[in-house]
Design a protein around this ligand. Structure first.
Ligand SMILES: [Zn+2]
Length: 289
C-alpha cells in the first residue's frame, strides 16, 4: 500500500519500500539539486523531483511548495546560495496539500515568519497534517507536521507582493483544493505567461466516478481539464520536475535562458494525456457498476 502510494505520488520514479508506518520515501524527492534561475524573478529551490519555487520581489519573497525530509533546511540553503535571505519570505503557498509538497511548511513558517495562504478547500488538509485528505487521510505514512493557515484564496483571486501579481486557479480533483498559479514575467522586452500547474493526475485507490469522501470528484476533474486546455501559457512549470520534463530541458550549469521552459504544446499534450487517463478510468468504473 505504501509502496504503491510512493510510486504514484512520485510519478513512477524509483522507490524504496518503507517500513510500516514510516513516511514513504522516494530517492528523487530528497536528492539535492542545485538551485537555479528559471525565468525573471522565478527560481528553482526544490530537490531533484519535488518543485519548490522562489519568487523574489523588492518587498520580499513568495515560496511555493516544500519537499519532504529536511526540506526546509535544503530550501534555506538553496535560497542563500542564490544570494537571497530565507527570512525575507513573506508568503508561503502550495499547489496542493499532500505531504510531498507541504511536509516542510510548518518548519518554513517558523523559519521565515511568512504567512501561509492556500485555497479555502485545502485549508483543512494543511491544518490536519493530511488527516482530512479524501484518499490518504487514514494513511499514517502520508501525514505531515500540521501548519496553521493564515489566509485563504478563491479561484481567480490574486496574490500580490512587491509588484509581482500571481493569479490563483482552483484546479481540483487530485485534491479538493489543488491550485495552479499564473503570472507574467517581463524579460528582454518580451512578456512570458508562466504557469506553475497542478496537473490532474489520479492516485491509486481513487474512484473518479465518485467517492463518499469526495462526491464532486467527477465534475471537479472534468472542470480542471476543461480549464487547463483553455489556458494560454508560454512557460510551463509544475509540482514535480518529472511532470514538465525539467531534467530534459535543463542540466546543472546550463546558462540562463528565459526561453528554456517555454513549452505550450508540451503542457497541452500533458493535460490531454491526463484527461484521457481520467476518461478511460471513468468509463471502466461505470462499466463495472
Ligand atoms: Zn499529490
Amino acid at each position: 500500500m505504501l509502496g504503491k502510494l510512493t510510486l504514484l505520488l512520485g510519478l513512477g520514479m524509483t522507490t524504496m519500500a518503507s517500513a510500516q508506518g514510516a513516511a514513504p520515501q522516494n530517492e528523487n524527492w530528497t536528492k539535492p539539486f542545485p538551485p537555479f534561475r528559471i525565468i525573471g524573478n522565478i527560481y528553482w529551490v526544490g530537490s531533484y523531483d519535488l518543485a519548490t519555487y522562489l519568487i523574489t520581489t523588492p518587498q520580499g519573497h513568495i515560496l511555493i511548495n516544500t519537499g519532504v525530509g529536511d526540506t526546509a533546511q535544503q530550501i534555506r540553503a538553496g535560497v542563500e546560495q542564490l544570494g537571497f535571505k530565507i527570512t525575507d519570505t513573506k508568503i508561503l503557498t502550495a499547489t496542493h496539500g499532500h505531504f510531498d509538497h507541504v511536509a516542510g511548511m510548518a518548519e518554513l513558517k517558523r523559519l521565515t515568519g511568512g504567512r501561509l495562504l492556500v485555497s479555502e478547500q485545502e485549508k483543512p488538509l494543511l491544518e490536519s497534517g493530511g488527516k482530512a485528505d479524501f484518499r490518504f487521510g487514514g494513511t499514517a505514512g502520508a501525514r505531515f507536521d500540521p501548519a496553521a493557515v493564515d489566509g485563504t484564496f478563491k479561484d481567480g483571486e490574486k496574490i500580490s507582493l512587491g509588484g509581482t501579481e500571481i493569479t490563483v486557479h482552483h484546479h481540483p480533483g487530485h485534491t479538493k483544493g489543488a491550485t495552479s498559479f499564473t503570472l507574467n514575467v517581463q524579460e528582454r522586452g518580451k512578456t512570458y505567461r508562466v504557469i506553475i500547474a497542478n496537473m490532474g493526475s489520479i492516485n491509486p485507490g481513487v474512484t473518479v466516478s465518485g467517492m463518499q469522501a469526495y462526491p464532486g470528484i467527477t465534475q471537479d476533474y472534468a472542470r480542471t481539464f476543461l480549464a487547463q486546455k483553455d489556458m494560454r501559457i508560454d512557460v510551463w512549470l509544475a509540482s514535480h520536475a518529472g511532470q514538465f520534463r525539467m531534467h530534459e530541458k535543463y542540466k546543472p550549469g546550463d546558462a540562463y535562458d528565459p526561453e528554456r521552459f517555454v513549452d505550450p504544446a508540451g503542457f497541452l499534450a500533458a493535460v490531454l494525456r491526463l484527461e484521457k487517463v481520467y476518461l478511460d478510468q471513468l468509463a471502466r468504473e461505470r462499466n463495472a457498476k
